[in-house]
Design a protein around this ligand. Structure first.
Ligand code: ATP
Length: 127
């Protein structure tokens, strides 16, 4: 039983190591994390509802998960095919496409959630 929990704990540490590696090596990942922080601050500032928090948290998770998979696939592709290969390029393009779709989805959700609050804010303070 002790070994079981020790193994789960180690797996958790390896996962944290992976997240840390993605943040350290990928400028895009740092941009996603920064955007997530801005969204969280804006969420508290505007007092968004529980459902809106769920949508925002889901969007943040989607983008960061996609970026980590993208980073992982890039590393694996560079390992397997360091030389030029159309298939290696396709793998990287597909992974980058997944990140783009996740980011556009998050931007749409963010706009739908925050636009009414922003319009109200402008109406209150600048009219
Ligand atoms: N080994 C390869 N063979 C063929 N095309 C490749 C190869 N490596 C990269 N490419 C092409 O170049 C593009 C950019 O690849 P690169 O490895 O520089 O990733 P990136 O998009 O710049 O990601 P990041 O900035 O996160 O490192 C790929 O999307 C792919 O189209």
């Amino acid at each position: 039983m002790r070994t079981y929990f020790k193994k789960r704990y180690n797996s958790f540490l390896f996962a944290l190591k992976g997240i840390n590696a993605a943040v350290r090596s990928e400028p895009h990942m740092r941009l996603h994390v920064l955007s997530a922080l801005v969204v969280v601050v804006a969420g508290f500032a505007f007092g968004v509802t529980k459902v809106e928090w769920c949508l925002l948290a889901g969007s943040i998770g989607l983008v960061i998960t996609a970026e980590i998979f993208n980073t992982s696939l890039e590393a694996l592709t560079n390992l397997v095919s360091p030389e030029f290969n159309p298939l290696a390029g396709k793998v990287k393009d597909l992974a980058a496409g997944a990140v783009l779709i996740a980011a556009v989805t998050a931007a749409v959700v963010g706009t739908i959630v925050f636009l009414p609050y922003l319009l109200l804010f402008v109406d209150l303070y600048f009219q």
